[in-house]
Design a binder for this molecule. Structure first.
Ligand code: PMP
Length: 455
């Protein structure tokens, strides 16, 4: 590769990407993002792209926030790094732990820090097992997750998630089980959403009884299943899950990596649905993605056992409680609060969905437009009446996604479902742009797949 090689050629030669089909990537070429401002990205070819995904569901407070840049720079100059093992800590980590205890649901008062959502999930699952070992019930080690769930890429997280390919690549780990997701549009059949919510929750109870509650450590679920296609549970679902976990003595872990920090129009998805977690995992929006950081919040009832009876905790990371990340998170939380971004997410979500419904709701290709706050999805269907999918699942979504990008809008295809989660700072006129670009791409997709769609 010579000195004049393009970034695309260098990337193809030297960069091995996560979650990528490399052959396909090399055939089509990679997009190099060079800068960003507000809700817009710029690439090295001079294109301007509206980021309808906030990166990977991260950038709550928008791109180009100088306040976050300064918080990082100031902390880096003062104390760039020190570890929090044994008996040391740092001021931003202490202050952030307190702040998180204040804004999370009651009782979640103890923060364990890590770098990524995957590490947070891994830590929560590990903690669940240590908790039961400490309580003298070492057989309680099975983790129940859901089909279409996503809980990160470590071996534990991949095993808890619902993707068969990830299970296989992680080595098909023992002590994991999976149940029906509360995906009403796709799996609800003839039931009302309320009935289906109860039905899907009872599938968890059925699984617990089948496995024996004495063998089950925890149930883990995202309040809304994001990467699985923004699957929004009916309102009956989570209260029933609360009951089932409590009655069967099983820890409930809410994975708030996507839903946390205002995405749903509440600070946490658990607030929106009334979830009563024993542990909560969070990442992404905690720093608006500017620096890596994640956390697990432990409820007092878990922390008491871990602190008083578990002895030494053989788990943690070099960067747990990284002072620069924690300083950025504190400033980011201040921005979210001072700018009213949580309430804004709710209000703008209504506007966005109403405008999408008006623009593309009548398209024969659009089965459902759903969302809560600023997380949502447009589910494409081959037949609106029967909700039938396409013969080759994911192909239509891929065409649609590529058209979106060509037209200057990033939304993600999950199978044939187009998901979105723009920065919470998106303005009404930017919403209009987003809707117009989405309409253009969906109309073009319809022309391409018309022969497969019932009109
Ligand atoms: N949990 C959920 C719900 C997620 O959506 C993700 C990432 N998309 C993760 C965990 C893993 O986070 P990370 O990629 O930061 O490891």
């Amino acid at each position: 590769i010579n000195a004049a090689a393009t970034l695309q050629a260098l990337d193809a030669a030297y960069h091995f990407h996560p979650f990528t089909d490399h052959k396909d990537l090399h055939a089509r070429g990679v997009k190099v993002i060079t800068s960003a401002e507000g809700v817009f990205l710029h690439d090295d070819k001079g294109n301007k792209i509206l980021d309808g995904m906030a990166g990977l569901w991260c950038v709550a407070a928008g791109y180009g926030r100088q306040e976050l840049v300064e918080a990082a720079a100031t902390q880096m100059a003062k104390l760039p790094y020190y570890n929090t093992f044994f008996k040391t800590t740092n001021e931003p980590a202490v202050r952030l732990a307190q702040r998180l205890a204040q804004i999370t649901p009651e009782g979640l008062n103890h923060a364990f820090f890590a770098c990524s959502g995957s590490e947070a999930v891994d830590s929560a699952l590990r903690t669940a097992r240590v908790y039961w070992q400490t309580k003298g019930k070492p057989n309680k080690k099975i983790i129940i997750g859901r089909e279409y769930g996503y809980h990160g890429s470590t071996t534990l997280g991949a095993s808890a998630g619902g993707m068969a390919d990830m299970h296989r690549q992680a080595g098909d780990m023992p002590n994991f089980a999976h149940v029906l997701p509360p995906y009403w549009y796709g799996k609800g059949g003839q039931m009302s959403p309320e009935e289906f919510g109860i039905y899907a929750a009872r599938e968890v109870e059925k699984k617990i009884h089948e496995l024996g509650a004495e063998n089950v450590a925890a149930f883990i679920g995202e309040p809304i299943q994001g990467a699985g296609g923004v699957l929004i549970p009916p309102e009956t679902y989570w209260p029933e899950i609360n009951r089932i976990c409590k009655e069967n003595d099983i820890l409930l872990i809410a994975d708030e990596v996507i839903c946390g920090f205002g995405r749903t129009g509440k600070m946490f998805g658990s607030d929106y649905f009334g979830i009563k977690p024993d542990m909560m995992t969070m990442a992404k929006g905690i720093t608006s993605g500017y620096v890596p950081l994640s956390a697990v919040m432990l409820h007092d009832r878990v922390a008491e056992v871990m602190i008083n009876d578990a002895g030494e905790y053989y788990h943690g990371f070099t960067y747990s409680g990284h002072p620069v990340s924690c300083a950025v998170a504190l400033k980011n939380l201040e921005l979210i609060e001072n700018e009213g971004l949580v309430a804004a997410a709710e209000a703008k979500g209504h506007i966005l969905r109403a405008k999408l419904a008006e623009a593309v709701g009548d398209s024969p290709l659009v089965g459902e437009i759903r969302g809560v706050g600023l997380i949502g999805a447009i589910e494409l269907t081959a037949d609106k009446r029967t909700r039938k999918g396409f013969a080759k699942k994911g192909r239509t979504g891929t065409i649609c996604r590529d058209l979106f990008i060509e037209n200057g809008l990033i939304m993600r295809a999950v199978g044939d479902t187009m998901v979105f989660a723009p920065p919470l700072t998106i303005t009404e006129s930017e919403i209009d742009t987003m809707v117009a670009l989405a309409k253009k791409s969906i109309d073009q997709t319809y022309e391409n797949v018309k022969s497969e769609v019932a009109s």
